[in-house]
Ligand binder design. Structure first.
Ligand code: CTP
Length: 405
């Protein structure tokens, strides 16, 4: 993935134990295609050496405002103008206090102040002891930084280097990387609420057995990430899958189709978009045995009777909000053959404006897919790509179809 290809990031380190995470974060930025210029405060150099950061970024580190390597002797001007974003990770309490007051007595704070504020976003990742983090001064400073237009990231909770437990740990390198990637994504769903179903459902036969299918949930989870990157508030109703929750996404775990329907109904009224990516079981056992069904030695096999599950998508698509255009519904169709004909028929049968077809056996569990978008204008293919790339393309397609506000 070259999510950051062509982007130049100034990575600033201020003093804190979390500097060790900045090393891996730097590597992640480079792997994602960015060029990285590391700038360190004197305090940061007590925690990690410029040697490590130079090796990982592939560029000499800057730390002094008097650095004579720059022809004009103005590293604060040159470095801040080359940047597409400045990320301070870790941002200590002291460094944030400095930023807040516009103080500029070292290179890093100086270049933050000197940056072209409209074009170069400043993103800070706080890292400190829990008492320092909770202190009214720090909270006040972070609120004011936000009001000034700085992106102040959240923090993690848990064990701290000082031995205490609480809020204030710096986000993990992969979380920081996600935030930087998200910063550069177009916010085509800003202000929208997107509801997504994902994964299989599990229909119990008895306490230890059940019916399910081969859906991995990867497409629905990729859509949740893509919608969040695009600025949406996202609710993800997930069947039983072991995938990590995309950052910033509100996840509701369910088992059966009936559970999924209840969870969807609870959120549908607040949603602007509903994407049904789940592979919902069409049938469930008419009754689930309360105890494990045992072999009785006769060689007889149990007879299972089935009832049909509710059609979650068709139900939502038939609601008043969907019919009035306030809720835009998108269905998926996992087929084994005749994709176009089945997708067109399913679009009409479910009553949705957009139906996304794919060949199920070609995609289950894989990280890539190919999609066929069927709407009132006809069919349009999104060729084979990673599920995340397809999810981003689909999110853009959906955003274009939403009523303007
Ligand atoms: N769907 C749903 N509730 C169901 C069945 C399907 O919400 N009980 C949704 C799926 O999430 C998907 C779309 O409807 O968006 C089509 O699902 P699919 O399983 O392909 O279609 P079915 O209606 O089950 O038709 P068939 O199995 O006969 O192809």
């Amino acid at each position: 993935m070259s999510d950051l290809a062509g982007k130049h990031i100034v990575l600033g380190l201020s003093g804190g134990v979390a500097c060790y995470k900045a090393a891996e974060f730097c590597r992640g930025l480079v792997k994602a295609g960015a060029t990285v210029q590391v700038v360190m405060t004197e305090a940061a150099e007590h925690f990690i050496t410029p040697v490590t950061m130079q090796a990982l970024s592939g560029r000499p580190v800057y730390s002094s405002q008097w650095d004579a390597r720059e022809g004009n002797n103005m590293p604060h001007i040159n470095l801040s103008r080359e940047a597409d974003a400045i990320v301070i990770a870790p941002a200590s309490a002291d460094f944030m206090a400095k930023l807040l007051h516009g103080r500029a007595d070292d290179l890093l704070s100086l270049l933050c102040l000197a940056r072209p504020i409209e074009r170069v976003q400043l993103i800070v990742a706080p890292a400190m002891n829990r008492e320092m983090y909770a202190h009214p001064a720090t909270q006040r400073n972070m609120a004011q930084l936000r009001a000034d237009g700085t992106t102040v990231l959240g923090v993690g909770a848990g064990e701290q280097a000082c031995g205490e437990t609480g809020d204030g740990r710096m986000l993990e390198p992969d979380e920081l990387l996600y935030e930087v990637v998200r910063h550069f994504r177009p916010k085509v769903l800003a202000g929208r609420h997107v509801l997504i179903t994902a994964g299989p459902t599990f229909e119990a036969i008895d306490p230890v057995r059940g019916l399910t299918n081969r859906s991995s949930g990867k497409m629905g989870f990729a859509l949740a990430r893509a919608a969040h990157e695009a600025g949406a508030q996202v609710t993800l109703v997930a069947g039983p899958v072991a995938l990590p929750t995309p950052r910033g996404v509100m996840r509701v775990d369910v088992q059966s189709a009936s559970d999924m329907q209840r969870a969807v109904q609870a959120s549908a009224d607040a949603a602007d978009v509903f994407i049904a990516a789940a592979a919902v079981a069409d049938w469930r056992p008419a009754s689930a045995a309360e105890q494990k069904i045992k072999k009785d030695g006769s060689g007889d096999v149990p007879a299972l009777a089935f009832v049909e599950n509710p059609d979650i998508l068709a139900g939502v698509a038939a609601s008043q909000r969907a019919k009035s255009g306030a809720l835009y519904c998108v269905g998926f169709a996992a087929e084994s053959h005749d994709l176009l004909a089945h997708a067109q028929a399913k679009r009409a049968r479910k009553g949705v404006p957009l139906l996304v077809g794919n060949i199920g056996p070609d995609t289950f569990g894989r990280d890539d897919n190919a999609l066929l978008l069927v709407d009132e204008r006809g069919a349009h293919e999104l060729p084979r790509a990673s599920k995340l790339a397809l999810a981003r393309a689909l999110v853009a397609e959906i955003a274009q179809r939403l009523p303007r506000r």
